[in-house]
Design a protein around this ligand. Sequence first.
Ligand code: NI
Length: 141
Amino acid sequence: MPETDLCRIGVAINEELLAQFDKLIDKRGYTNRSEAFRDLIRNELVKERWDSPNSEVFGTVTLVYDHHVRLLTEKLTSLQHKYHSSIISSTHVHLDHDNCLEVIVVRGKATAVQGLANALIAMKGVKHGRFTGTASGRDLP
Ligand code: NI
């Protein structure tokens, strides 16, 4: 971002809160407070988009499951076909003899995408599931 677009603001903050914040951002690898503050703000803006049911959002669903569980692979596949218009891609990794890792990249209206993610993660036999919601980055300075 050009230097002219930057606004400088003063923030009054409790000393102990700032100390904990500095410790946290150091642990996460930030080299300065400003970038950490900007990321916190962006995070809230993305969350806000997820709260508006009609906004277009993106995300990833990560699943770990045992492919031997009866009909699980078939159920996961048919659910993904049902919501094919919300799915951009999926990657399947055979972790070992039994376990599979699947990462599904999703896009669409927030409520539809969240519903699909919940249904995949809640499926019986899925050992671990995580959903990460993000936004396109457009309109996000
Ligand atoms: Ni597999």
